[in-house]
Write a protein of this length. Structure first.
Length: 277
């Protein structure tokens, strides 16, 4: 990855963060904190790494993405619109009863969504199934699953991790958005999930860690793996909830909720002040 590509990704991420704030403000509800912490890696996946084509959203050879933390769909919706899967004007209908863009992603309504998600702890199991389907059909597509750190308190994740290792799913990558916060507060105070990397390693995963807002580190983490060694992968991203909006950063209260007019304007000023350097 060269400097020009990094600058382009930074600018895309800035636009996507603006969209997230605009969408949630217009809807009057949503989940800004986790959407903002997930923005950079989603930008990297969809604008650099993944084999996808918005003109062929059902291509059987496409890479798959599972947003297990489905409440953070504003980030994914913005990425998909920016990529060209649907018109950007649809973003401003978020959570409207007649909109295709509901509070959790629906594969039957939204082009580019590979699986309907929402109930936490289930996405990794979907990813295991997709990876097994690829193998059984002789296809080589990658499967990327994003989970939240708080979500790892759900036991189904670890059943899926055990299965992924047992079946040697080396085209499965689990991405942990490790922002340290969840709905009710600090993750470690509610139910400690660390050491996350060591836990995945003990289940037979290859692991990498990176700053969740550093595109070069993210890239190096993905590039560090051998994708033909019979081992699933896990990347632990050390991220900041509310990244890019100073008064939202590291604040559990911004897990869910829409900004008021003054907060909305301040958030956009923050984001627009982050220019690609």
């Amino acid at each position: 990855m060269n400097d020009k590509q990094i600058q382009d990704l930074k600018e895309k991420a800035r636009i996507i963060r603006e969209d997230i704030i605009e969408m949630i403000y217009a809807a009057g509800s949503g989940h800004p904190g986790g959407s903002l912490s997930a923005t950079d890696v989603l930008t990297y996946l969809y604008f650099y790494r993944m084999n996808i084509d918005p003109n062929r959203p059902d291509d059987p050879e496409r890479d798959r993405f599972v947003l297990s933390k489905g409440h953070c769909c504003p980030a994914l919706y913005s990425v998909l619109a920016e990529k060209g899967f649907f018109d950007k004007s649809v973003l401003w209908t978020l959570r409207d009863v007649y909109s295709i863009l509901q509070g959790h992603p629906d594969m039957n309504k939204v082009p580019g969504i590979d699986i309907t998600t929402g109930s936490l702890g289930q996405g990794m199991s979907h990813g295991v199934g997709m990876s097994l389907a690829a193998r059984n059909s002789g296809r080589k597509y990658m499967v990327y699953v994003m989970v939240g750190d708080g979500e790892l308190q759900e036991g189904q994740n670890w059943e899926a991790a055990m299965s992924a290792s047992h079946y040697g799913l080396d085209h499965l990558v689990v991405i942990v958005d490790n922002n340290g916060l969840q709905c009710d507060g600090v993750t470690d105070d509610i139910m400690r999930v660390e050491p996350i990397a060591k836990k995945f390693e003990s289940f037979g995963f290859d692991i990498a860690e990176a700053d969740g807002a550093d595109f070069m580190q993210i890239h190096q983490a993905f590039e560090s793996f051998d994708y033909n060694n019979g081992k699933p992968k896990a990347i632990v991203l050390h991220s900041v909830k509310g990244k890019g909006v100073c008064f939202m950063e590291g604040q559990p209260g911004w897990h869910g909720g829409a900004p008021c007019r003054q907060e909305y304007e301040a958030a956009l000023e923050d984001i627009r002040g982050v220019k690609a350097e």
